[in-house]
Design a binder for this molecule. Structure first.
Ligand code: COA
Length: 190
């Protein structure tokens, strides 16, 4: 790590540390202001509740309308992309890295890390205490149950739960609204 990078990290942790524990609502506004220049991407309003820990903010992007709940842990080392209107409930962890453990002769903490990006697509709901591990994509509109450990990709609009997470069911599909031939639906665009 270069001297410039070290100063940047110290600056981030110092500035964010000043606002990290402030109470929700007024704290959310101040956290947003501090995080905006440090995160890889922050588009539109995103609510960061109190005591969200962020490692490697330069790898984290979050899109508009999302909410990161109390005590969550976001790790951008391997890349972390959170889409639009995503809800992440309290105490969830999204970890885009693992410690290397290929050798028994070198302490794990001294082995090279393995990384892979995490992608949370739009309109996902991650339940409290869930763990999303490196390399996982959670598809649009999916739900991750409370306390789940997600090790593989989650299909769009599925509901998963457990350790490791498995599909519980699919969300109902209400997108096809039947109309009589020639009838112009209320959602017509012209
Ligand atoms: C995933 C969830 C949305 C499913 O709700 P649901 O559709 O009402 O599901 P049900 O309670 O009918 O359970 C369906 C099955 O899934 C299982 N299940 C439900 N949630 C589970 C979870 N988190 N982990 C593992 N299995 C779970 C149930 O045991 C049940 O299994 P069975 O059919 O073998 O008995 C809900 O259980 C959950 O985890 N919600 C998150 C709550 C939360 O974190 N809120 C924070 C506020 S933002």
């Amino acid at each position: 790590m270069t001297l410039g990078e070290s100063v940047w990290y110290v600056g981030f942790h110092f500035a964010y540390g000043l606002v990290k524990y402030l109470p929700t609502l007024s704290g959310d506004v101040l956290r947003y202001a501090v995080l905006k220049p440090f995160l890889k991407g922050l588009r539109g309003w995103v609510s960061f509740r109190d005591n969200v820990t962020i490692w490697f903010p330069e790898g984290v992007s979050v899109d508009a309308g999302s909410m990161i709940g109390e005590n969550c842990f976001l790790d951008g080392f391997g890349g972390l992309t959170i889409g639009r209107d995503v809800l992440i409930a309290h105490n969830a962890s999204l970890i885009s890295e693992d410690h290397g453990f290929a050798s028994r002769r070198v302490p794990i903490r001294r082995q090279a890390k393995t990384t892979a990006p995490i992608v949370i697509e739009d309109d996902v709901w991650i339940g409290c205490g869930a763990r999303i591990l490196k390399g996982v994509t959670v598809g649009r509109g999916a739900i991750v149950g409370a306390g789940s450990v997600v090790t593989t990709d989650v299909a769009p609009y599925s509901i998963v739960g457990g350790v490791p997470a498995r599909v519980i069911e699919m969300r109902p599909d209400d997108t096809t609204v039947e109309t009589e031939p020639g009838h112009r639906g209320a959602a017509g665009s012209d």
